[in-house]
Write a protein that binds this ligand. Structure first.
Ligand code: NAD
Length: 357
């Protein structure tokens, strides 16, 4: 049975994040970057990458596996390519700064490649594509995850990799950008955590249990022995998950997954490719072809009832609804946040006051 939930306004939830991480020791700037990122994920409907991540971050912080107020360190530079060490810093600030460096280079040189390794969890990858798109840049991001394996390769029956996401940002002229952004697993790990917390099942074809048999019960990922998430699109998702290991894990000078991970930190490595259409000399064609293609793919088939959405449209719709109505927070997630905040000295009463609940 689903547990209860309450709706909290986005500004109040941002204040909750800032309140907890100020107490943890983050600078005001880091608190703002984190709060903006987490609440943007919630607003866009990706609760897996919103405030529900706070307990995991605090768990890593408490064992000194997540560093606050860190900056990306330049490891090597060649032309417009730059390799950065995220120093296991808070990913929402590390990746923001890494993208800012890439944007600066791409705007001068037409393109840039950013190999960011060893950052703590960088959250919703579409956020980084949006940052690049806001600067007028096309961007492609491959990410791998060094954490407890939860995804079985196609053909495998046990978890070997994590949910390795990919994002592509496609800016448009006079319209919001198209944002492709997904995990290479059938569902993001956090969405299975959200389903588990809510006491609901996940769709058929998402999970296998520890015996390799199909199941819809999210508890299989939170019990011992554990089941696994399947890749999306069968072998196709697996090939992309593999590419993430090679490009984000190995090529950035970071780490590809190669065993059981027991530490609390969630480490992300990301290879980002940023392209400036205006410096490529193809901007007029890019804009024209993109818009004409969009008009074509969205033109209704005779008698059709369903409309065709572009990547990024569902998130924008959810965002406007949640800005108006508040963000639903289930009681299990809220209890986990209160408990973890309590572990670093933030009282429940102070958080409830900030949240307005
Ligand atoms: P998802 O399955 O909800 O897919 C989202 C993508 O599909 C978006 O681009 C969305 O606009 C598009 N989309 C959805 N419905 C559509 C429709 N009807 N028409 C057209 N486009 C549509 O995403 P997911 O796999 O659950 O991933 C959720 C989030 O988790 C992502 O933001 C991802 O970056 C993040 N993630 C992060 C990590 C990490 O380690 N940092 C790991 C895995 C996932």
């Amino acid at each position: 049975m689903a547990v209860g939930e309450q709706k909290i306004q986005s500004d109040n939830l941002k204040a909750v994040v800032r309140h907890i991480f100020t107490q943890a020791g983050s600078s005001p700037r880091e608190c703002d970057l984190l709060a903006d990122h987490l609440i943007e994920a919630n607003l866009k409907g990706h609760d897996s990458h919103g405030i529900g991540m706070i307990p995991a971050y605090i768990a890593a912080l408490k064992v000194d596996e997540l560093k606050l107020n860190a900056s990306p360190r330049i490891v090597s530079e060649f032309g417009s390519t730059i390799v950065l060490d995220g120093e296991v810093g808070l990913g929402q600030s590390i990746a923001h700064d890494a993208m800012a460096m890439g944007i600066e280079r791409a705007k001068k040189q037409g393109s840039s490649i950013i190999g960011l390794h060893n950052s703590h969890h960088i959250g919703r990858i579409g956020h980084w594509a949006e940052q690049c798109a806001a600067a007028g840049l096309v961007s492609i991001h491959f990410v791998n995850v060094i954490a407890e394996p939860v995804v079985a390769p196609f053909g495998g029956t046990v978890a070997r990799v994590v949910t390795n996401p990919i994002s592509i940002g496609i800016p448009r002229d006079g319209h919001a950008p198209v944002i492709v952004d997904f995990a290479t697993s059938r569902l993001a790990h956090g969405k299975i955590r959200v389903a588990y917390n809510k006491g609901v099942t996940v769709p058929d074809g998402t999970l296998i249990d520890a015996a390799g048999q199909p199941t819809t019960d999210p508890a299989t990922l939170f019990s011992d022995p554990r089941g696994a998430i399947l890749p999306f699109g069968e072998h196709k998702g697996w090939t992309l998950a593999f590419a993430c290991e090679a490009l984000a894990g190995a090529l950035t000078g970071g780490e590809a997954i190669k065993g059981v991970v027991t530490r609390k930190a969630i480490v992300n490595n990301m290879l980002s490719i940023l392209i400036a259409p205006n410096l490529m000399g193809t901007a007029p064609t890019y804009i024209r072809e993109l818009e004409e293609m969009i008009a074509w793919v969205q033109s209704p088939a005779p008698g059709a009832e369903m409309s065709v959405l572009l990547p990024g449209d569902p998130e924008r719709k959810t965002r406007s609804e949640r800005l108006r109505d508040g963000i639903p927070v289930d009681s299990a997630t809220w209890a986990q946040i209160l408990a973890s905040a309590g572990e670093i000295g933030v009282s429940t009463s102070s958080l409830e006051a900030v949240a307005g609940v």
